[in-house]
Design a protein around this ligand. Structure first.
Ligand SMILES: [Zn+2]
Length: 249
């Protein structure tokens, strides 16, 4: 009976992260990468550009190897992408990590109109106290995301973790982000959010301070920098700016 269970006995799983330059032809590079992975037991894949305007792309996979070693896998990927490979990293992951990462978290969502109703109702009934509560919620969720990322990717630089945390916000539909270094110190950062869901939904809520998003960014940065920083929303679509921008005070 064991043979019918989808649980290959003795199969090891790996997390493999490939950073490569797209060299102006991303579909071709992705096609070559997919050819190099052909025949392997691919469980999970995540792909994203590292910066809006940068030529580097990241693909992260969880896979079980079939018939090749990890060294063989590295060789195939380097053959497929050639000099465009920026870095190639792997680590062994346990069966329990693989099973837990396969369970998608349950989530419910509200569209922009739904958020507008919720924010109007909260601000109308409970005033600025409700907005503070939304801010605290964002703060806690951002800090918790930062701690989770630091634990999962212990060897990653904090700036990479910040991007992963902002990826999570973006992929949940809160807006598209752009990250800028404005100076040499770790605190010299500006996060721009385009099409900010919360600010668009709160257009008719007065007074309103961008609560959840600012809280999330603050909490994320506090946990990654281990510093009690404050974040100010400098520009905002509610004031007629093209995007919302968050800077560390
Ligand atoms: Zn805004």
């Amino acid at each position: 009976m064991r043979s019918v269970i989808n649980d290959p006995v003795g199969e090891h799983y790996w997390e493999l992260e490939v950073l490569f330059r797209t060299a102006g032809d991303l579909p071709k590079r992705l096609g070559s990468l997919s050819d190099a992975l052909r025949g392997q037991h691919l469980l999970h894949a995540k792909m994203y550009p590292l910066y809006e305007k940068c030529d580097t792309f990241c693909c992260a996979f969880t896979l079980g190897l079939r018939g090749v070693s990890m060294e063989g896998m590295h060789h195939s990927i380097r053959e497929a992408l050639g000099k465009d490979v920026v870095s190639l990293k792997h680590k062994l992951v346990s069966q329990s990590e693989v099973s837990s990462s396969n369970e998608p978290p349950r989530c419910g969502s509200l569209d922009e109109a739904g958020w507008a109703v919720l924010l109007q109702s909260l601000a109308g009934n409970f005033g600025t106290g409700a907005l503070s509560a939304i801010h605290s919620t964002g703060l806690e969720i951002g800090a918790s995301k930062g701690r989770e990322l630091a634990q999962l990717h212990a060897r990653e630089d904090w700036f990479m973790l910040l991007m992963k945390g902002l990826d999570a916000l973006q992929s949940s539909g809160w807006g598209k982000y752009q990250l800028l270094k404005t100076g040499t110190l770790p605190h010299n950062i500006e996060v721009r959010i385009f099409e900010n869901l919360e600010c668009k939904a709160a257009m008719s809520v007065h007074p309103f301070e961008n609560s959840f998003t600012r809280g999330y960014i603050t909490g994320l940065l506090r946990s990654l920098l281990s510093d009690n920083i404050m974040v100010r929303e400098e520009r905002c679509i509610r004031k007629g700016d093209d995007y919302c921008s968050y800077v560390i005070e």
